[in-house]
Design a protein. Structure first.
Ligand code: MN
Ligand code: MN
Length: 469
């Protein structure tokens, strides 16, 4: 069933479009590694595309009508965009929903310490990672520091050619006899994921008295603090109100001699977030209102004010209904229940090197098109949103019409593990929801890999969905 490559079906024009799309996506994930950076970038794109900020529309006392475009930002970590359709909102919306957070290491609130002449930042990992994959690779620091006077300093260090990078050390192979006996989950422990941030002591005053003194205590940490003061005007206690994320340093790259793939950090779920907001930007007109949800905290269970389980989405839809002059409890409920959603999230790509972990008949393949997952979950579909056959039938019909190639897949072999997405949260409203996105190799590794053809086909699929549903 999932046995056709998508590469051979494209015209010359489509091939050029595919390359252009892949190039702009590669630039996006190279620059936008955190949910805040994604939000900034996407807001700029939406503004350029004629979308207006919701609070400004509310303040202007203007009503919304068909053809209007609005967006709302949630605490700088998520965006929801709407393209108002000709049909009443009560009839429901066509929703593309993806997440813009990715697995990483978060700096703790009291992170800085020195041990034996090396200064470290202590971290707590975020999302599901194989910890041993994060040692000995160049790392960058992205995030914000909010000081007590409420000024915010943005930090992005480790990405430019002449920026310094950071790393987590690993034991040399020569002495690893005992370490290599350990289980892979224990080889590198969570508490050992501390990044090296400096090794040079602060300069001593060259007085006779100072020379007599023993070396200054924590001189390397003091030097790091002096540099933080110099570069960012921050003190040690400013870490208390900072959000600093440690991510792999460097840009995403074309991959393979044929340049058919992209290797980079954060394909989960930026490879679905990008085609989602590009689709709502590029769609010329819609009958049903189009909605694009880009949300934070999916990797840790969609919790908190910026996760999908927060009421931000529902509240924003209520605001939109209010601005179209049709808000009531019942119209809000109808709008949500009558909606269709593609929960835009990545799926696993079949990996021939680990063939036995997959069911070859029911797995996605690199380069074979957009992936639909009827259900996710684990141990007997537990925790899954299980999309209706009727909804799947309708989607097959529209994708067929627009010659969008799809593949139906599960994450892996039954009872081997599993995963979840934001699908089940939206399904609670009674709307049609299915997981739909791009197949990824090495999911959740510092460097993940996707096929350029798959992300392009997914973009085509999202456009078809907004146009036809
Ligand atoms: Mn995901
Ligand atoms: Mn994930």
């Amino acid at each position: 069933m999932n046995n056709k490559t998508v590469w051979n079906k494209y015209t010359k024009k489509q091939n050029d479009e595919l390359e252009a799309f892949a190039t702009s996506y590669r630039a996006f994930i190279s620059d936008c590694k955190t949910e805040r950076e994604c939000t900034d970038y996407i807001v700029n794109e939406l503004e350029d595309g004629g979308f207006k900020e919701l609070s400004k529309v509310i303040a202007s006392k203007r009503k919304l009508k068909a053809g209007d475009k609005v967006y709302a930002v949630n605490k700088n970590k998520g965006v929801i965009a709407f393209f108002i359709g000709k049909e009443p909102l009560e009839n429901g919306m066509n929703i593309l929903g993806a997440h813009i957070d990715s697995p990483r290491l978060d700096v703790k609130q009291n992170p800085l310490y020195e041990d034996t002449g090396i200064a470290y930042l202590d971290t707590h990992y975020y999302g599901g990672i194989k910890k041993y994959q994060w040692v000995t690779i160049p790392l960058a620091i992205h995030g914000v520091v909010v000081k007590k006077d409420l000024t915010t300093t943005i930090i992005n260090l480790g990405e430019e050619e002449d920026d310094p990078v950071f790393f987590i050390s690993d034991l040399l192979i020569h002495l690893s006899q005992e370490q290599l006996e350990k289980k892979a989950a224990k080889v590198i422990e969570g508490e050992a994921l501390d990044i090296v941030i400096g090794s040079k002591p602060i300069a001593q005053p060259k007085t006779a008295k100072a020379k007599e003194d023993a070396e200054e205590k924590e001189a390397v940490k003091k030097s790091v603090l002096a540099l933080l003061k110099e570069y960012y005007d921050m003190d040690e206690e400013d870490f208390l109100s900072a959000e600093l994320e440690i991510v792999p340093a460097g840009k995403a790259r074309d991959c393979g001699l044929d340049r058919s793939m992209i290797m980079g950090y954060g394909h989960d779920d930026k490879s679905c977030a990008y085609p989602s907001f590009r689709a709502i930007l590029d769609t010329p007109a819609v009958n049903k209102t189009a909605c694009c949800i880009l949300v934070d905290k999916e990797e840790i269970g969609s919790v908190g004010a910026t996760g999908m389980t927060s009421l931000f989405f529902e509240n924003t839809v209520a605001e939109i209904l209010n601005l179209t002059g049709s808000l009531s409890d019942i119209t809000l409920r109808r709008c949500l229940a009558n909606s269709n959603m593609l929960s835009s999230d990545v799926s696993s790509a079949f990996d021939p090197s680990y063939a036995s972990s997959f069911d070859k008949k029911n797995v996605a393949y690199l380069g074979r098109g957009m992936v639909l997952c009827k259900f996710t979950g684990a141990r007997g579909k537990s925790g899954s949103n299980d999309a209706d056959a009727e909804y799947l039938g309708k989607l097959r019909q529209i994708f067929d019409q627009d010659k969008v190639q799809i593949q139906l897949a599960e994450l892996g072999r039954v009872d081997l593990g599993g995963g979840g997405t934001i699908a089940y949260i939206l399904a609670k409203y009674g709307m049609n929801v299915i997981d739909c996105g791009v197949a990824v190799l090495n999911m959740h590794a510092p460097m993940e890999v996707i096929s350029k053809a798959d992300i392009y086909e997914t973009y085509r699929g999202y456009l078809s969905f907004l146009k036809n549903m």
